[in-house]
Each structure stands twice: as structure tokens, then as C-alpha cells.
Design a protein around this ligand. Structure first.
Ligand code: G
Ligand code: MN
Length: 286
């Protein structure tokens, strides 16, 4: 018995070591990841987006990989693998269906469902048929399009511009909202916001976690973003809100959505459902 545990520990340790070796870790993780998708090791977590008063307004769906022996593996490690192997296309489509299915379950159980956004990979958006697939899934589960939102990062919007713009236009026509993720870390051009008819910008957590209200330059960036957003009729999400003082500051700007550990980390669907039943969250002050 003890020998088995020891063996398991040694093997786990070996896997961890090989995962961290630059030459090896890709292949170990790559093989494991391909199996993970097949073997239902991927799960969707939901992180609430709330008003400055804590009312749950929407959620971001996030992929989580719980490996049977290695535990949770960060998306920062497996998304690049999924993209390289093109498995991201199937995973994205699976995720879209799972979200629609989940929304249907919540609606059927009498809950007031909130819009759910997902991160759309540049690989998937460059493939044919995305808007048709989304429309099909929405119809299949009788979900109104405003309940599904896509999040894009700005960096890749410059590639294959015409094609991406066409797909985004079709999604807009369907009634799906588009958010610009990690705002402020990429090329952040106003041209992108206009051309792609963006509805919402998500201020990257970098600007929130470094928020020092006594630092004039820091606050100047934020106030400029809010000013610009109002003028362009964009909703603003503050990502990575972890402290009460950050929330108080964002309140002054009437920030539309707050996302971050102060309210909730990403949680499994059943936990999110419990939050949804209550409808609001109070800040988790440590
Ligand atoms: O790039 P994107 O905005 O999609 O990233 C979402 C990621 O941010 C998720 O993996 C989530 O776990 C993480 N996240 C969410 N809220 C917080 C927070 O308050 N602090 C930090 N450090 N990370 C967060
Ligand atoms: Mn996102």
C-alpha cells in the first residue's frame, strides 16, 4: 500500500519535472491535453460580473483543466497548446454549446439567467462558419442572443481584418455583444473600437491592481478611458478588482461592471447557480 503511494508520488514528481523542462514539457502536456478534452477533464467555470453595488449582471465563462494527478493546470499553459494543435476550434464550439445548455438549464429552473461571455480565440474566429454555428446552438436551446457575448483581445484584430470584421458584423446582426478584453495592454486603437463595433471594453487588471489613487498618471489613464467610453457609448468592465479601495474608486467613475476576486473568483456552474439565486454578492473583505 505504502509502496504504491510512494510510486505514485515519484511518478507525479517526475511528471512535474518533465513538464518544466523546456524541451519536454510541451510534449507531455500536449499529449495529456489531447486526452483531457476527450476524457471530459475540461470544465467551464463562471466568474460573476457585478455592479458596483454587487448585483450580478453577467458572467465570464472560463475553461478549467483539472488533471487527475497534476491538479489544476493554468489556461496560460494549455490554451497555447490548444491553439497550436487547432484543438481550440473544437473546444470553442464545445464551450459555446455548453454555455447554451447551461443557460437553458438555469432558465428551466426558473432562474433569471444573465448574459455569459466567452473568450474567442483568433484561430476559431478565422475559421468558416462561426456565426452559423452560434446561431444554430442558440436556436437549439432556445436562447436569446443577448445572453451570449464574445470577448476578443485587440492584438489579433489586425490580422485578417476583412474576414474578422465580416464575422463580427454577422454576430452583431444576430444580437450578440462584443467585448474588447485586456484593454490597454495591446494596440488599443480607437480605430479598432469603431471598426469592429465594440460594445464593451474590459480594462486589463494591470491598471486596476497597480491602481494608486495618489499617482496622478495612473488615475489619468483610467479617467481618460472612462471619459472616452462615455463619449463612444461603450460599457466599461474593470477586471481584477481585489480591494475595497479599488471598488470605491471605480464607483466614482460609475464603472458599469466589476470583475475580480473582491466579489468572486471563477466558480463551478453549481456554485454560480447558488449566487444567481441570491442575485447579488457582498465583497469578500479579508
Ligand atoms: O484575459 P481574461 O480577462 O479572459 O482573464 C481571465 C482570468 O483572470 C481568469 O483566468 C481568472 O481566473 C483571472 N482573474 C479573475 N479575477 C481576477 C482577480 O481579481 N485577480 C487576478 N489576479 N486574476 C483574476
Ligand atoms: Mn476574458
Amino acid at each position: 500500500m505504502e509502496g504504491n503511494i510512494l510510486k505514485e508520488l515519484i511518478s507525479k514528481r517526475r511528471n512535474l519535472i518533465s513538464m518544466n523542462k523546456p524541451g519536454n514539457h510541451q510534449s507531455y502536456l500536449e499529449i495529456e491535453f489531447k486526452n483531457a478534452f476527450k476524457n471530459n477533464q475540461l470544465e467551464i467555470y463562471y466568474q460573476p460580473l457585478v455592479s458596483t453595488e454587487g448585483v450580478i449582471l453577467s458572467a465570464e465563462a472560463l475553461l478549467r483543466w483539472n488533471h487527475p494527478t497534476e491538479g489544476f493546470i493554468s489556461p496560460a499553459r494549455f490554451i497555447p497548446i490548444a491553439e497550436k494543435s487547432k484543438l481550440i476550434n473544437d473546444i470553442t464550439d464545445w464551450m459555446i454549446e455548453e454555455i447554451c445548455k447551461q443557460l437553458r438549464t438555469w432558465k428551466d429552473s426558473g432562474l433569471q439567467a444573465v448574459p455569459v461571455s466567452f473568450n474567442l480565440s483568433p484561430i476559431r474566429i478565422s475559421q468558416q462558419g462561426l456565426s452559423e454555428y452560434i446561431e444554430w446552438q442558440l436556436n437549439k436551446y432556445s436562447i436569446r442572443p443577448h445572453l451570449l457575448e464574445v470577448e476578443l483581445t485587440e492584438s489579433y484584430l489586425f490580422k485578417k481584418i476583412a474576414y474578422v470584421a465580416e464575422t463580427l458584423n454577422r454576430l452583431k446582426e444576430l444580437g450578440i455583444k462584443i467585448a474588447l478584453d485586456d484593454f490597454g495592454t495591446g494596440y488599443a486603437s480607437l480605430e479598432v473600437i469603431q471598426r469592429f463595433h465594440i460594445d464593451k471594453i474590459k480594462i486589463d487588471r494591470l491598471f486596476i491592481s497597480n491602481l494608486d489613487i495618489t499617482n496622478k498618471k495612473n488615475t489619468a489613464i483610467l479617467s481618460a478611458v472612462f471619459y472616452l467610453s462615455r463619449g463612444l457609448d461603450l460599457k466599461v468592465v474593470a477586471e481584477g478588482v481585489e480591494k475595497l479601495e479599488q471598488l470605491e474608486y471605480l464607483k466614482e467613475y460609475k464603472c458599469d461592471f466589476i470583475q475580480g476576486y473582491l466579489y468572486s473568483k471563477p466558480v463551478p456552474a453549481d456554485t454560480f447557480e447558488k449566487l444567481l439565486r441570491v442575485g447579488y454578492i457582498t465583497p469578500l473583505i479579508k
